[in-house]
Write a protein that binds this ligand. Sequence first.
Ligand SMILES: Cc1ncc(COP(=O)(O)O)c(C=O)c1O
Length: 410
Amino acid sequence: MSNFKFSTLAMKMKSSIIRELLKSTNLPNVISFGGGVPDPGTFPREILAKIASEVISDEYQVSLQYGQTEGDPLLREAYLDMMKNGEGISGLTLDNIMITVGSQSALDLVSKVLLDSDSIYFISKPAYLGAASAFSVRSDHHEYMELTETGIDTDALEKRLVELKDEGVIHKVKFVYVVPNFHNPAGVTLSLEKREKLLELAEEYDFGIIEDDPYGDLRFEGEPIEPIFKLGDKERVLLLRTFSKILSPGMRLGFVIGNERLLQKLTLAKQSADLCSPTLTQRIAARFIMKHDFSDHLKPTIALYKEKKDLMLSELKKRFADLPGVSWTKPTGGLFVWLTLPEGFDTLEMMDLAKEKGVLFIPGESFSIDGCCNSSMRLSFCLPPHDKIIEGVRRLRETVQEYGKRRGLL
Ligand SMILES: Cc1ncc(COP(=O)(O)O)c(C=O)c1O
């Protein structure tokens, strides 16, 4: 109980199953396929330790001081250089980039700056929970987009936009939110054709695109697809990137790239949220990317995750192939496998049994604002060591077997 009178916004906030589960990640004997938590072995800790020491000793006047709300100019410049040299995205200045406390805070700022209580926004089903919760506290008017093997269903999106136009509310559509590469949780990647179609729709119906891309750099196979931001322009697309999955989530560094005026508004919103992102980790990251080839740094990380992904897929095949009606995605990048059990299975309900068996996953139901995907679950293969992946999938099969028997489904 509290004597404080909560705001409407606070009353809409829900506790996240993922956050709760993360608390159990370190329990002894529990194997967690839960949070998208990077393998700490991928953190370049010796290099970072050396840089941190230098940055604190030699650059303390910046690294231990308050910084600009927009972010450390050195890091912003270095990141823009990386985008130019690595992805051919040019023509951007320091006014087009700001640093946030991870992408999550960027999503919160976007929500603050773009959404009113009657605004409409589009989000996939299933969706990244952090985005769903950042947006849904401000507006109840979400529209879902179904996911296919090639990302959001742009035909259905177009149909719905036509309907909203006919209803006279198209001006209320603020943005379409997409995770273009190796979607969290579904693992799918938005095809080039659909990226182009989305841009056409954004022009025709006058809305923005929030391109949230934490996983694009973690590609195991195939050629990268051009970012929507590059195919379109900064007037229509806001690109969110993060170092969480490719350097260190503890450094809490997100990058927001977009139109100057929009960034000015986001900066104002950030001022009232946290004044500035931590100057120490920003300067460490700036020195890291200035001194090291980022794609070389990523090679062992990608190799490790590919190995773990292959292992999880082969174990799933070994343990689940005999179970009719079970399917799972075969990701070519990112950190997640999306597994769907036959109709009737409720993965949220199955959680208790899974915990007893010593294995954790995220139930599908948590990836939507108002429920979906009850028979699915997200499995992250990034954190557990190889032997635990093997044992975890074995425990998962045992859980499914026992739950299915109890419920009369098997
Ligand atoms: C799609 C997506 N966006 C944003 C984030 C937030 O990442 P961070 O705040 O660590 O940068 C995540 C984290 O898992 C994510 O999956």
